[in-house]
Design a protein around this ligand. Structure first.
Ligand SMILES: NC(=O)c1ccc[n+]([C@@H]2O[C@H](COP(=O)([O-])OP(=O)(O)OC[C@H]3O[C@@H](n4cnc5c(N)ncnc54)[C@H](O)[C@@H]3O)[C@@H](O)[C@H]2O)c1
Length: 251
């Protein structure tokens, strides 16, 4: 390694499994050094993703912390920058989905979904944007929305509303940060084959049958879109929440 390493750096929250892991590995293949965040409870999974990135010949950093806690998010960004030298791409991917009707949803459950899916994106992007501005030269803010950000899903009221919030934040961030050369875009997947569905396999299988392209989405499909968002090819694109769901909904 040279004394000054100018390799671009990406950070992925919720990177220990599922879509986050797929994005982290793809960005490593694209040439990024990668900081992996997940909750401390998932440290083992995040550690093995770090090892996978290093096996691809890139540098990796483990930046554990809960994205709902401002101090944890701030130290996550600081640690990524101190260990990998800079920050160019930030993927606020961490999210949860609880299948429950409006009548079943408790205020606590609503708050938890919003804390991770919406506030977690806000805190992560805010801390990343501060770093981009201090560093100079722009940067990429990316977040996980969902097709539910366009057509709310029955049985997922808090989840759907939290993803509409991500779409709204994406548009606000695009306008606020454009003068700094910072873009903000979000990905809106459909039905992705990840552990998120582990407790509801019947719902997953039933939904997969409705996908026009005839198969479940894989994390690597989502990573294709995020790779574009992270690259100079998307430099003229900002404020967009892009549906990639095998043709289930259109907007
Ligand atoms: N799987 C799908 O069908 C699907 C579809 C559309 C959108 N999404 C979105 O994509 C993102 C990733 O989904 P997934 O399917 O990979 O989920 P997943 O449950 O497989 O992985 C989510 C990861 O986020 C981590 N995480 C949870 N809370 C966290 C917190 N407070 N701080 C830091 N990390 C936290 C988990 O530990 C886990 O590693 C989510 O935002 C989800 O809403 C998923």
């Amino acid at each position: 390694m040279n004394a000054i390493d100018v390799t671009r750096v990406a950070l992925v929250t919720g990177g220990g499994q599922g879509i986050g892991r797929g994005i982290a590995l793809r960005l490593a293949q694209d040439g990024f050094n990668v900081a992996i965040n997940d909750i401390p409870h998932s440290a083992d999974a995040a550690e093995s993703v770090k090892a996978e990135i290093e096996a691809l010949g890139r540098r990796a950093s483990l930046v554990l912390g809960d994205v709902t806690e401002p101090a944890a998010v701030s130290s996550m960004i600081d640690r990524a920058v101190s260990e990998l030298g800079r920050l160019d791409v930030t993927v606020a991917n961490a999210g949860i989905a609880r299948i429950e009707s409006i009548l079943e949803t408790t205020p606590e459950s609503w708050d938890l979904t919003f804390a991770i899916n919406a506030k977690g994106v806000f805190l992560t992007w805010q801390a990343a944007a501060k770093q981009y501005i201090a560093q100079g030269g722009g940067g990429k803010l990316i977040a996980a929305a969902s097709q539910a950000a366009y057509r709310s899903a029955a049985g997922l009221p808090a989840y759907s509303a939290s993803k509409w919030a991500v779409r709204g934040l994406t548009q606000a961030a695009a306008q606020e940060f454009a003068p700094h050369g910072i873009t903000a875009n979000s990905y809106a997947p459909g039905i992705v084959n990840t552990p998120l569905w582990k407790d509801t396999p019947e719902a997953f299988e039933a939904l997969v049958k409705t996908i026009p392209l005839g198969r479940a989405q894989e994390p690597a499909d989502v990573a294709d879109l995020v790779s574009f968002f992270a690259s100079p090819n998307s430099d003229y694109m900002t404020g967009q929440t892009v549906i990639m769901d095998g043709g289930m909904i259109f907007s």
